[in-house]
Design a protein around this ligand. Sequence first.
Ligand SMILES: Nc1ncnc2c1ncn2[C@@H]1O[C@H](COP(=O)(O)OP(=O)(O)OP(=O)(O)O)[C@@H](O)[C@H]1O
Ligand SMILES: [Mg+2]
Length: 482
Amino acid sequence: MTNETSGPLWTGLELMVAMHARAHGGLPEVVTGVSIDTRSLMPGDVFFAVAGEARDGHDFVKAALAKGAAAAVVDEAHAADMAQLGPLLVVDDVLAALVAAGRASRARSRARVIAVTGSVGKTSTKEALRQTLMGQGRTHASVASYNNHWGVPLTLARMPRETEFGIFEIGMSAPGEIASLVAMVQPDVAVVTTVAPVHLEFFPSVEAIADAKGEIFSGLAPGGTAIINRDSPHFERLKQHALASPAGRIVSFGEREDSDVKLVRAITKPDMSVVEADVMGTLVAYRLGTPGRHLVHNSLAVLAAIQAIGGDLCLAALRFADLAPPEGRGARSELAVQGGSFMLVDESYNANPASMQAALHALGQAAVTLRGRRIAVLGDMLELGAHAQKLHTELARDVVENDVQLVFAAGPQMLNLWHALPMERRAHYADEPGGLETHLASTIRAGDVVMVKGSNGTRISRLVAALKARFPSVHADEAIGA
Ligand SMILES: Nc1ncnc2c1ncn2[C@@H]1O[C@H](COP(=O)(O)OP(=O)(O)OP(=O)(O)O)[C@@H](O)[C@H]1O
Ligand SMILES: [Mg+2]
């Protein structure tokens, strides 16, 4: 027997009703998870045969059921062929069925829900919220950057009915996308971390990006809280979106004196920051376990959101010390090299002008020993359209201002930066990141800090993997010796 707030994730009957599905081959009593990928599917999951970019999920129904899926959600066109494979829930459209399950999950939930969007900082902020709220109640959050037309309904459909805090990342690459995603999520609190020239290829201007981000407020539950970056040049624009939305409250965060959640002081150290913030009159002091000024800003948004949902600020502040950067977003490893070790900063998850500047600034704060140097290994920032050349060239200023002594650059766009750099800072240029490996490996010496960053599409993460394969981890060696 289940009621609204306890019991299994789904009963087969609940799903069938929510999706207006037709059951074939037996209706599972209980469904314990939701999957769209057989590689990560667990027995008891319901498998949605969603169409991907390259393959159709219907190609994997057999594998899903063989792996122990409780049932597979398939469309009418495929149902007849699959009738013998196992329990099926047959629908008109599989993605629409996933959305319907997501909506049903939201409708039954009593969770307080936070939605996070922004040009950069969505995952960092979502993860910080997850980790700081975890100790305060049953918390459910998006996996990785599951922030699009399938990621958002999937995260909703996976939300246990007893969830107390739900945290959703919402992304977009076109106007209107956020409005339709946030309508499913119906958050109590909506955060815009930043607005920056990201995906500029698809938008006429940064203002148009701000408008698209502002759509997040349209889905707020009536009286909900809109949280906006006060330091953003687009603050007023975003505020207009919030004013036109069901929001009952607008909370700003930032360094400016008139921010509601205000940075009082931040001491940024090579491996952490010490922060004091004024959260609408309550002073909160904390240590942030991950370095970088940009993460200090994100922490203000986190505090604003926690306060807005009635969480405990002090408990949250205590958790900040233990935060670790999500993979590829500033994770540090100490690797052995002749005569000692060097620090590898893995920023290879993605890159755009805002996160590139933030990463170069953090590199500038990194501690180097007497002989050590700050080395940036940079791949192209993609999807910048007509602005690409200018935005790459302009990074030369950040390189110099942050005292980055050597730059390894790869890709046609990074050639613009390469030519703009002072001669003494040019280490090596290659057409693609793999072409840097040999030179980079022979240049690195003890005491260096090496930061690797580029857009995901440049595959610069392979260079990080190559460096890790070439230079043993200092801590791993210690563990073996211990
Ligand atoms: N407030 C910020 N300002 C600038 N850079 C940031 C900020 N927050 C995070 N970053 C950096 O931006 C990069 C992407 O961070 P994150 O993954 O949190 O963003 P995202 O918005 O989730 O990205 P995606 O759209 O790819 O899902 C990382 O290098 C991270 O360190
Ligand atoms: Mg993300």
